[in-house]
Design a protein. Sequence first.
Length: 108
Amino acid sequence: MDYVNKNSFCVNGNRLNPLKENHFNFHLSRRDFQIIKGTVYSPIKIPCSHTVLQVSEIDCDTHKKRLLGYTLTDDNGNYLISMKAKPYKNYEITIFTPLITNKKEAAC
């Protein structure tokens, strides 16, 4: 987690506000399809497996939100999202921690 290249960003868990919305602005390149990948970590830097990520598209003019889909993190907390980004749209990723956890994931 120490290395972040110019096409990546890292959000530390202690910068997130629990039970509140957290917004991060970043721009996607103008390609047909985008791949967004990452790892969800707990505040104590333990990967959170089986975490749900919800992806939504928001129209900049009407502010209408449209659900695009869901993905799950794997056993190591990794996720991958493939999508077609459109101009004049914002995208929102909402992360839901697992409802049932074991000791390894108790901090997620």
